[in-house]
Design a protein around this ligand. Structure first.
Ligand code: UD1
Ligand code: UDP
Length: 333
C-alpha cells in the first residue's frame, strides 16, 4: 500500500516569514513531494509589493494558494480577522499539520485557529524569548509555543527557554532556517544584480528600523534620529519599513542626507547590502543574525534581544534608544 502523503497548511503573512518559509517550501517541493504536500496561506498582513510579492518572485517558491487579504489594523482586529479566515481555510483543507513561523500576529492566529480545531501545530523558530511581555511578538511567541506540538528551536538557548516553561515534548533543536536562507540565496547573488541600482558597494552602514517600541514612541524615535543625524562621518543606507516612513512623517522627524533612505528591498538585494556594508544598525530580529552570518558588527537599537548568542559572541551590542544616545557614544569611542 502507498504511504499516505502528509498534508501541511503553511501560514505566513509578514516579510521575514516569506524568507523562512521559502527554505522549507523549496525542500517540500524538491525533495519531499512524495511524502509531504503543502497548501500555502498568506494572511495578507504585509501587502505592498516590496514587502510581499518581491519575495515570491525572487525566492523560487510558488505563489500562495490563497491570500486572506487581512491587511493592516489594530492587533485585535488584525489577529481576529486572521483567526476566523484561517479557520475557514483549515475546515476546508483538513490538513494533518499546520506549520507556522516566527512571532507575528499571523503566527499566533495560525496557532490559535489550528489549536482550537485540534490540528497539530509545528512552530519554526520556537523558544525565542526577549522576556519583555509588553512586546506583541513576545506574547505571540509564548502563546504559540504553548499551543504547538512540534517545536523547532534554532538554538540550545531556545530549547532551555521552553524547558523553563515546562515544554519538553516535541522540542527539537534544528538550527536556524534563516542561516539556510542566507547560504542558499547568497549563491543566487552573482550576476543577478549588476545592473540593478545605485546603492553603494562600499563604505556604508546598513540601517533598518521598524519595531513598534521605537517607531511608536516619539521620544525613542527622536533620540534615534538625533543620533543617526549626528553620525555624519558615516554613510548609511536605510531600506525603510512603511511603518517607519509613516512614523517619521507623523512625528515630523527628518534624516539628514548622509543617510540614504530607499524603499524596502528584496532579499537578494538585502543580502548584497549585508555583504557590502561595514556594519549594521538595526532593531530587526532577522538582521541581527544576518549581520553575524556575514561577520559584520551589529548595533541593536533595542533594550533586549532574543538572539543572545550574537551578543555573547561579541558581534552584537544592545544599545537601547534612549536620550543618552548610547549609539552615538558607542560609535564615537
Ligand atoms: C510585523 C510584526 C513584527 C515583524 C515585522 C516584520 C506583528 C505584531 N509584528 O510588524 O514582529 O518584525 O512585521 O517586518 O505581527 N504597512 C504598509 N504596507 C505593508 C505592511 C505594513 O504600509 O505591506 C504599514 C501599515 O501602516 C501598518 C504598519 O506598517 O499599520 C505596521 O504593519 P504590521 O504588519 O501591523 O506590523 P509590522 O510593523 O510590519
Ligand atoms: N529584509 C529584506 N528587505 C528589507 C529589509 C529586510 O529582505 O528591505 C529582510 C532581512 O534581510 C531579514 C528579514 O527581512 O531576512 C527581516 O525582516 P524584518 O526586519 O522585517 O523582521 P524581523 O526579523 O525583525 O521580524
Amino acid at each position: 500500500m502507498k504511504d499516505k502523503i502528509i498534508k501541511i497548511v503553511t501560514i505566513v503573512g509578514a516579510r521575514p516569514q516569506f524568507i523562512k518559509a521559502a527554505v522549507i517550501s523549496r525542500l517540500i517541493t524538491n525533495e519531499y513531494s512524495g511524502a509531504l504536500s503543502e497548501y500555502f496561506v498568506h494572511t495578507g498582513q504585509h501587502y505592498d509589493s516590496n514587502m510581499s510579492e518581491v519575495f515570491f518572485q525572487e525566492m523560487l517558491i510558488p505563489e500562495p494558494d490563497i491570500n486572506l487579504e487581512v491587511g493592516s489594523g489594530s492587533h485585535g482586529r488584525q489577529t481576529g480577522e486572521m483567526l476566523y479566515k484561517i479557520e475557514e481555510v483549515l475546515l476546508q483543507q483538513k490538513p494533518d499539520w499546520v506549520m507556522i513561523y516566527g512571532d507575528t500576529n499571523s503566527t499566533l492566529a495560525g496557532a490559535l485557529a489550528a489549536g482550537k480545531l485540534n490540528i497539530p501545530v509545528a512552530h519554526v523558530e520556537a523558544g525565542l524569548r526577549s522576556f519583555n511581555r509588553k512586546m506583541a511578538e513576545e506574547q505571540n511567541r509564548v502563546l504559540t509555543d504553548h499551543l504547538a506540538s512540534l517545536l523547532f528551536c534554532p538554538t540550545e538557548v531556545a530549547r532551555q527557554n521552553l524547558e523553563a516553561e515546562g515544554i519538553e515534548a516535541g522540542v527539537e533543536v534544528v538550527g536556524d532556517v534563516m542561516y539556510d536562507a542566507s547560504l542558499f540565496y547568497r549563491t543566487m547573488l552573482e550576476g543577478m544584480l549588476a545592473e540593478q541600482r545605485s546603492l553603494p558597494s562600499a563604505n556604508f552602514y546598513l540601517l533598518t528600523l521598524h519595531r513598534a517600541e521605537n517607531t511608536d514612541n516619539p521620544e525613542r524615535l527622536a533620540a534615534i534620529v538625533e543620533a543617526l543625524n549626528s553620525l555624519d562621518n558615516f554613510k548609511g543606507v536605510f531600506p525603510i519599513h512603511p511603518r517607519t516612513r509613516k512614523a517619521l512623517q507623523r512625528q515630523g522627524q527628518k534624516l539628514k542626507a548622509h543617510i540614504k533612505v530607499v524603499e524596502p528591498v528584496g532579499f537578494l538585494e538585502m543580502l548584497r547590502l549585508e555583504e557590502a556594508c561595514d556594519f549594521v544598525v538595526t532593531d530587526s530580529g532577522g538582521l541581527q543574525k544576518e549581520a553575524y552570518f556575514f561577520a559584520k558588527p551589529c548595533i541593536t537599537l533595542r533594550d533586549q534581544t532574543e538572539w543572545v548568542e550574537t551578543v555573547e559572541a561579541g558581534w552584537n551590542v544592545i544599545v537601547g534608544a534612549d536620550k543618552e544616545n548610547s549609539l552615538l557614544t558607542l560609535l564615537i569611542n
